[in-house]
Structures are given as structure tokens and as C-alpha cells.
Design a protein around this ligand. Structure first.
Ligand code: AMP
Length: 396
């Protein structure tokens, strides 16, 4: 049975078509520059061959139609009827979604209601859902939420110390993000080491362009670093992570800006990019680091210190920890970042083998047999979780 996994951004649409339940990727690719006046791009990989083309993409519907036509033209599928389900990644599910669910009027209305909390993302997701509903009217669609896993947090972890009615009236609380990824790598760790997730305390570190950590207790999220929005937590490619909110009013006053503009700068011009004044890309910073560039070194060290701070605080909150897992673009590929973060955790008994740490491309252990915490690198696979949930829900 073929299941399509879809991730719609404000100007992009990423897809992966799976043969399920074999979990085999049939084809994958993406559309970029959707909604622009100029040409957009369409990339697709099939049978080891990559093709790229330019086309006008006024909206996500045009991309969805083009994709489905191309699947037939390229003989990847012989009929659209072969696609039995479409699963969509949704960034913000608020308090409404504790797990993935079928797309219906109610779920679409809730996703729309939550647009304020994730303006760029949720709006794009809805456009994507509508585009596939139009293109494949008889196919069931499922929504899979980045926030669902974090709904397991207790009040003391998800509440901010704010006037209570901000929470009760406006829903201001921690929702977290990357939940699909944290849940996937925690479960993968248990599976790969033949252990029962219900007996494990794991700290998962999703360090990519966006970065968050999660304290996973017995398979449930106990705490996570992202908050009301993905701005909270550790510094990232362009995001500041935690900061004293007074900075916002101070910069507003000094630079005669409004709060919205300053928060945009905390989202888009801070993190690696802001401190290094070089790039938001970890590879560029690593290059500059090697050459001794002081701002690049500082940008990476600020992030690594904060990652270690979170791990230490989760170690306490979990009352001990069996394993740590690194994942996402930087977590999976940057041995230097892992090495420097783990060096800050010696006091917790973390010890890694620098030779093992150089591996990549598959799940592997990097800790020594003496390490008090088992440390692994496990590639994340959010698309697969979406396909699995879609299969399960359309079969229910
Ligand atoms: P993601 O958001 O998970 O796709 O991760 C993107 C980040 O991963 C970017 O900052 C990349 O520079 C980083 N990344 C990808 N490959 C490597 C690598 N080989 N070494 C260091 N960072 C990498």
C-alpha cells in the first residue's frame, strides 16, 4: 500500500512516497519557491536518479497536481488509486491533539484556530491539506503533530510563571516542537538496544537548523526546551533561544522598532548567524572555527554550553538518565559539536570514544563501556513516523 508523507512550509512542499508496511521509500523530493512570481523548482529522486526542473508555482495546489501527474508520467505509480493515504506534518497542534488523527472538518478548524501560534506553518499546512483533498478526493488524510508528544508534560513543566489568566484565556504555555523526532529516536534507541522504553530515561537532542532537547521518561515527554513557539530553548541557526524578554522593549526603545520586528530579529537574525556574523549554517561555522575565527567559536560555544545546561537540568529532573541521543542535521553529522558537548558533561560520567564518534549515516553508539550514560547518534525520520501513523489511522 502506498502512503504519501507531506511537509508543507510557507513556500515549500516536501514529499516522500512509501510502500507500507514495508517502509520502503519509493520516491522523494520537494517543491521550492511556491507562491513566487518567478519560477520555482521541483526536485524528485527515483530509482537513484535525481531530476530538477523549473516551473511556475503560484500555490501549493499547483505543486500537488504537478507531483501526482509526474508520478504517473514517470511510471512511479500506474494510477492515483494506488495512493491509499496522505499524512501531513503539522507544527502546532496546541492543546487539542495528543496524537495523530484523521483530517475532518473538526481537525481542520482546530488547526486553523491555532494559526496565531504558528502563523507561517499552520497556514501552509492547511493549504497543503486542501490541495491534496482536491487532488485526491477519495483518499484519507491524516495529520501528525510536532507538539503531540509533548502533551505528556505535567503542568509544572509546561506552565510559565505568568498571570494565570494568560494561560486560561490565551493558551500561553509551553507546547514544544520536534515531538515526532524526539519520540522516534527515543523509541529507536530502545529498539536498537533491546530494552523496554517503559523502563528508560532518555535525553534526546535534536540539533539541526532548529534545535530542541527533550527529557523522555518511560516513553513519555517529561520536559522539552522549545516553548510557546520554537524560539525558546537553545540558540539555533538564526534563533536566539532563551533570552531576558526585557531585551525586546530595550531594543524597541533604542532602535525605534516595534515588538514584532524585534521578535522577528530574535527569530531570523540571531543564533549562529547573529553572533558569528558569518552564517546560520553549522558547516560554515565549523570551517571558521578551525581557522580560529573568534565570533564563530563564540557562537558555537554559546550553543554548546546551553545544550549541556539543558542536559544537566534534565538529568536532575529525570532523577538520572540511561541514555542520550543526538539527531538531526548537526546532531547526526557534527562529531566536533558532539565531542565538545560531551566534554562538558564529564561530571555526569559521560565519556565518549572519539573514534566511534567519527562514524555517520546510520545509528551508532559513541560512548565508551565506562560511560555512566549510553550516548548514541540516531538519524531521525519524521517522514516515516508520518507514514506509519497514517497507515495505522486509515486502517482503524
Ligand atoms: P536540519 O535542520 O536538521 O536539516 O540541519 C541543518 C543543519 O545541519 C545545518 O546547520 C547544517 O550545516 C548542518 N549539517 C549538515 N551536515 C553537516 C556536517 N557534515 N557537519 C556539520 N553540520 C552539518
Amino acid at each position: 500500500m502506498k502512503i504519501m508523507s507531506i511537509n508543507c512550509g510557507s513556500s515549500s512542499l516536501k514529499f516522500k512516497l512509501f510502500e507500507m508496511p514495508e517502509e520502503k521509500v519509493i520516491t522523494e523530493g520537494q517543491f521550492e519557491r511556491i507562491g513566487f512570481k518567478e519560477m520555482g523548482t521541483y526536485k524528485i529522486k527515483f530509482n537513484g536518479e535525481k531530476t530538477e526542473s523549473s516551473l511556475l508555482l503560484p500555490d501549493h495546489s499547483v505543486a500537488a497536481d504537478h507531483l501526482l501527474k509526474d508520478l504517473i508520467d514517470k511510471k512511479i505509480i500506474s494510477s492515483l488509486d494506488e495512493i491509499k493515504g496522505v499524512g501531513h506534518r503539522i507544527v502546532q497542534g496546541g492543546k487539542y491533539f495528543k496524537e495523530s488523527c484523521i483530517v475532518n472538518e473538526w481537525s481542520k478548524a482546530r488547526i486553523e484556530e491555532l494559526i496565531d501560534l504558528a502563523p507561517l506553518h499552520n497556514k501552509a499546512h492547511l493549504i497543503g491539506i486542501n490541495a491534496f483533498e482536491k487532488a485526491l478526493p477519495n483518499v484519507k488524510q491524516v495529520v501528525v503533530f510536532d507538539t503531540a508528544f509533548h502533551q505528556g508534560m505535567e503542568e509544572e513543566a509546561f506552565m510559565y510563571a505568568i498571570p494565570y489568566y494568560w494561560y486560561s484565556e490565551y493558551g500561553i504555555r509551553k507546547y514544544g516542537a520536534h515531538g515526532t523526532s524526539h519520540q522516534f529516536v527515543a523509541n529507536e534507541y530502545a529498539r536498537l538496544t533491546n530494552q523496554d522504553i517503559k523502563k528508560l530515561k532518555i535525553i534526546t537532542c535534536h540539533i539541526g537548523n532548529g534545535a530542541s532537547l527533550c527529557a523522555v521518561e518511560y516513553g513519555r515527554c517529561k520536559d522539552t526546551s522549545m516553548g510557546l513557539t520554537p524560539l525558546e530553548g537553545v540558540p539555533m541557526g538564526t534563533r536566539t533561544g532563551n533570552i531576558d524578554p526585557t531585551v525586546v522593549s530595550y531594543i524597541c526603545q533604542k532602535e525605534n522598532k516595534d515588538a514584532y520586528t524585534v521578535v522577528q530579529e530574535l527569530n531570523k537574525k540571531s543564533g549562529y548567524l547573529g553572533v558569528s556574523e558569518i552564517s546560520n549554517d553549522a558547516r560554515d561555522l565549523e570551517e571558521a572555527y578551525k581557522k580560529g575565527n573568534e565570533k564563530a567559536i563564540l557562537a558555537l560555544h554559546i550553543q554548546e554550553k546551553r545544550i549541556a545546561d539543558y542536559i544537566a537540568s534534565y538529568y536532575v529532573y529525570l532523577n538520572g538518565c540511561d541514555a542520550m541521543v543526538f539527531t538531526a542535521g548537526i546532531g547526526e553529522n557534527s562529531d566536533t559539536m558532539r565531542s565538545r558537548v560531551c566534554a562538558r558533561l564529564k561530571v555526569l560520567g559521560v565519556e565518549i570514544d572519539e573514534k566511534l564518534n567519527l562514524d555517520r549515516g546510520h545509528p551508532f553508539r559513541i560512548s565508551t563501556p565506562n560511560s555512566k550514560i549510553d550516548v548514541w547518534v540516531i538519524p531521525t525520520n519524521e517522514e516515516l513516523v508520518i507514514a506509519r501513523d497514517t497507515l495505522r489511522i486509515i486502517n482503524e
